[in-house]
Design a binder for this molecule. Sequence first.
Ligand SMILES: [Zn+2]
Length: 64
Amino acid sequence: MQKTVAWHSTAERVYHNDLQCRVGAAVPDEVRRDGTGGKKLCEDCARLAAKGASALLASPAPNP
Ligand SMILES: [Zn+2]
């Protein structure tokens, strides 16, 4: 099972943990660091996480 990844840019005040985050994906290698860096979670990553959670909740229940 893969662990949740976290990375951040030394040029940003947030960290990322979702590979679908465009902001996080655009962080250049030169300023990319592993871990949260003690920063706040990126808003886009938070939105993606919420979207994934709601998608799970919205999955159709089997008909009786
Ligand atoms: Zn992000």
